[in-house]
Structures are given as structure tokens and as C-alpha cells.
Ligand binder design. Structure first.
Ligand SMILES: [Fe+2]
Ligand SMILES: [Fe+2]
Length: 198
């Protein structure tokens, strides 16, 4: 069993449904907890992808999309300073702030192999699906002179197959996440390239 296994599958309280933090509160927490520039960029990218997906593909309104974005922004908030407590620490923080359990659960399930929590809701599934894949695509953008500009699917797929490239990005997680979400890796790549903000 992974050392990061959370040992539970229930998060937050039902009566907190609909409770969100403001964007300013989220940014203050991230500023406080994440010092690593690259990780800051990663959580912003995943947050943006979650928001765009919620609006464009799920047809959700501004308030619902913000919940998705919050899950993306906060999913790795504790990774910089407390890697040995990754996920546990941010979950406890959000529980103490009475945040909507849907958001906490999505964060808890962003790595089922690590945290032992299955992604169930659409929000859970998409956070898991965007996490590692967007990291690999970002690593690819850094080695291209033009960054994301003109990036093509086939280049990304080639890097995916190349195990030595961004070797810390789990290809198994990427495949598993896409299949659970019922979306092809190609479609996910297309969406990520089209919605990058860097
Ligand atoms: Fe993580
Ligand atoms: Fe992440």
C-alpha cells in the first residue's frame, strides 16, 4: 500500500455543499504553501483546464465551474512543503474551512494508486485525467523553442511513448485516467493544447 494512502473514502460534510473559497482566499493559500514556481504554474494550468472543461464540455455555470477550478488549483497545494503528507494536508485544511465535499473528494481521488480513493464524479475523473498529462505536455513545451505555439498531437504522442522523457510522469496513470473518463488520450491532448495559457 502506498505511504500516501488516505485510509478513508469519505471527505468533508454534506451540509457544506455549495461552500467555496473566494479566488483571493485560494491564491493566498497557494502563495503561502507553494514556493516552487513550476508547481505554481502546474496548479494554475490544471485549474484552468478544469474550468474550461466544466464550462465547454459539461455546460456548467460560473459558480459550478469555479468548484472545478478550485479542485485543480488546490490539488497539489501541499506537495511543495509536505510531500510526505501529500493530499492529506490539503484535505484536512479544506475540511477545517468547511469546503464543499465534492471539491475535497476530487482532490482526494487525483491519484487512486497513491491515495486509495477511486475517482467517481465527473469532477474527480477530469482532475485525474488532466493532472499527469498536462504535466507531460508542459515538459514538452519547455523543450520546444516555440513553446506551445504550433505544438502538434503527434509530437506529444511521441513523447508519451518515449519512456525516458519526463520519466517521472506515470504513463500508466495517464492511460488509466483517460479510460476511466471515457475519453481518448488523443482527445485529452487536443483539449490541453487548445486551452493552455502559458
Ligand atoms: Fe498530486
Ligand atoms: Fe498535479
Amino acid at each position: 500500500m502506498s505511504e500516501l494512502n488516505l485510509g478513508r473514502t469519505e471527505f468533508g460534510k454534506k451540509e457544506n455543499a455549495g461552500n467555496v473559497m473566494t479566488r483571493m482566499e485560494v491564491i493566498a493559500l497557494l502563495d503561502d504553501w507553494i514556493k516552487n514556481e513550476r508547481l505554481r504554474l502546474h496548479v494554475r494550468q490544471v485549474g484552468n483546464l478544469m474550468n474550461c472543461w466544466a464550462k465547454e464540455k459539461e455546460g456548467l455555470d460560473e459558480a459550478e465551474s469555479w468548484k472545478w477550478e478550485m479542485a485543480g488549483l488546490l490539488h497539489d497545494a501541499d506537495w511543495d512543503q509536505w510531500p510526505e503528507q501529500h493530499c492529506k494536508k490539503i484535505i484536512e485544511e479544506l475540511e477545517s474551512r468547511n469546503v464543499d465535499p465534492e471539491i475535497i473528494r476530487a482532490i482526494a481521488s487525483h491519484g487512486p494508486a497513491h491515495f486509495g480513493v477511486e475517482p467517481v464524479s465527473r469532477m474527480d475523473q477530469m482532475l485525474y485525467a488532466f493532472d499527469e498529462l498536462s504535466g507531460l505536455i508542459h515538459a514538452y513545451s519547455l523543450m520546444r523553442p516555440e513553446g506551445y505555439l504550433g505544438m502538434e498531437m503527434k509530437g506529444v504522442l511521441k513523447r508519451l511513448k518515449e519512456k525516458s522523457f519526463a520519466a517521472n510522469v506515470s504513463r500508466d496513470d495517464i492511460r488509466d485516467a483517460a479510460s476511466r473518463a471515457g475519453i481518448t488520450v488523443e482527445d485529452l491532448v487536443r483539449f490541453i493544447i487548445a486551452h493552455q495559457t502559458a
